[in-house]
Design a protein. Structure first.
Length: 124
């Protein structure tokens, strides 16, 4: 009978829907607990210019590590920056493809310690 497999099909469809719906929270938990990466923004969400929490400064150090097999020149324009928490700041990197062929890549930010990652965002 064609309707004999209908309950099983509905069950599979519901299970797939629930799994799909739970992927974002599961990914967030995996990043935080397993990899130590915090995906949320800092307190108060987006930082805005002039929203400085006092005049305390924090020194941020920049690195430009590249996979040794990639023929690229990649480094920060400045190695350190003293910032006031809550103020918007911008760090620039120099990137050049040193090979004759086109190479596509993506910069993946890494923040240490991991609990500070909520206060940084990558823009392109």
């Amino acid at each position: 009978s064609p309707s004999a497999g209908l309950p099983r099909l509905i069950g599979v469809a519901v299970a797939v829907f629930l799994l799909t719906f739970s992927l974002v929270p599961l990914y967030r938990i995996a990043c935080e607990k397993v990899f130590g990466v915090r995906l949320e923004r800092g307190p108060g969400g987006e930082a805005s210019a002039g929203a400085a929490a006092g005049k305390r400064t924090v020194r941020v150090e920049f690195d430009g590590g590249v996979n040794s097999r990639l023929p690229w020149s990649f480094h920060p324009e400045q190695l350190t920056m003293d910032v006031v928490p809550g103020e918007l700041n911008e760090a620039l990197y120099f990137a050049r493809n040193d090979s004759a062929a086109a190479v596509v890549g993506s910069a993946v930010p890494s923040v240490a310690p991991a609990r500070a990652s909520g206060f940084f965002s990558k823009t392109e």
